[in-house]
Design a binder for this molecule. Sequence first.
Ligand SMILES: NC(=O)c1ccc[n+]([C@@H]2O[C@H](COP(=O)([O-])OP(=O)(O)OC[C@H]3O[C@@H](n4cnc5c(N)ncnc54)[C@H](O)[C@@H]3O)[C@@H](O)[C@H]2O)c1
Ligand SMILES: N[C@@H](CCO)C(=O)O
Ligand code: NA
Length: 439
Amino acid sequence: MSAGSTRAVRVGVLGAGVVGSQVVRLLIEQADELTARVGATLELAAVAVRRPERHADIPAALLTTDAAAVVADPEIDVVVEVIGGIEPTKDLLLTALNRGAGVVTANKALLAEHGPQLYQAADAAGADLYYEAAVAGAIPLIRPLRESLAGDRIQRIMGIVNGTTNFILSAMVESGMGYQEALAEATRLGYAEADPTADVDGFDAAAKAAILASIGFHTRVGASDVYREGIAAVSAADIAAAREIGCTVKLLAICERVPGPDGSPGGDAVSARVHPVMMPTSHPLATVDGAYNAVYVEAEAAGRLMFYGPGAGGAPTASAVLGDLVAVARNRVAGGRGPRESSYAALPILPMGDVLAKYHISLDVDDKAGVLAAVATAFADAGVSISTVRQEGRGDDARLVVVTHSAPDAALASTVRRLADLDSVRAVTSVMRVTGDMR
Ligand SMILES: NC(=O)c1ccc[n+]([C@@H]2O[C@H](COP(=O)([O-])OP(=O)(O)OC[C@H]3O[C@@H](n4cnc5c(N)ncnc54)[C@H](O)[C@@H]3O)[C@@H](O)[C@H]2O)c1
Ligand SMILES: N[C@@H](CCO)C(=O)O
Ligand code: NA
């Protein structure tokens, strides 16, 4: 299609699963309105699926099992990718971009690992690459970061970006549901990825953190640059320990600009991490339950912004996909392009060991003289300052609960190892980072 043309914008959809089936349904149901918004006919031309017999609700003439033919078809202007995974999707999208087709994708895993390669192909061919659905589902977040906040300096992006793990943790905290039962329910509702380890081990959230940090800090941050801990090790004991100090447990993605020693922006570093935290129940993020997502963005001039809404599920995610599709189609009609990759700052990535954190540590200990001194010495030897310590129980039930001041994560981790080695410590029963405020 030539720049500025008003002929139909033809769309090929790859995948018709949880998200794709909703994209196709909305494209068909709302064809007239979408056409009016684009300013040219938005025509669904093909839907690539694996098993056509399972898609009786999609007109048979649109269905194909040949995704490679869809992306190579010069008549298709925009490719919507909702298959997921790295292969064959990377090659499919590169084929589409290389011939100048616009791409809309919900695929955070692919973007976090190969975003620069996709952007390069898009740039070389003057094509659009949009991915609002890849982070926090329906919530407008990519566009605000790429466009609305492009004139500001972002300091921090922090939030709940995985619906499945938030659903599981909420169920464990509120209804005492077991981990497996809550995971099965999240899968039934269409929140979990096909392989739920991507959700529960934090890979999904880490991919999203990489995307957010890359855009927010104008720096390439890949999935492997993100420190990652999932929720598989979060126990009933952790949740009970959090409750005792007025906290709940959440899996957070935290992307921060960390000032360098000289304080100049050029000396800043970027930290991107995903791990469970204990956070006060009064914290706004603590009230975000179920598959909902919420993300705080803190920017120098704008101050604090909060984005909240459905972060997963077929129809909500399809809403974000269609918004991108309308944007890409409008760009083609106008003969323009959306934003390109912005990675000029190229800030270094701060290793997790250097990130400042506070830990909450529960220890089963011998109830005898000198134990507290030995425990305090383990902290002091690693240069970690204690904020509060309390003893619970007596005799065989004695337990020490310690909350630290901020210290480098490496020093805190080494303290935990020292504690576990002490003769008077029978077991380290809970270790979790604590967040006090939004900082
Ligand atoms: N489900 C959600 O809530 C959600 C939210 C945001 C983003 N996403 C992302 O959207 C994408 C799709 O997720 P989903 O939940 O719809 O997954 P899904 O597994 O339900 O759907 C994927 C579909 O693609 C099909 N497929 C696989 N290989 C194919 C091929 N070569 N050609 C044609 N079809 C093929 C599968 O048969 C399946 O029906 C993923 O990247 C996911 O991370 C999902
Ligand atoms: N599996 C993801 C889907 C949204 O990306 C989640 O649970 O949040
Ligand atoms: Na989004």
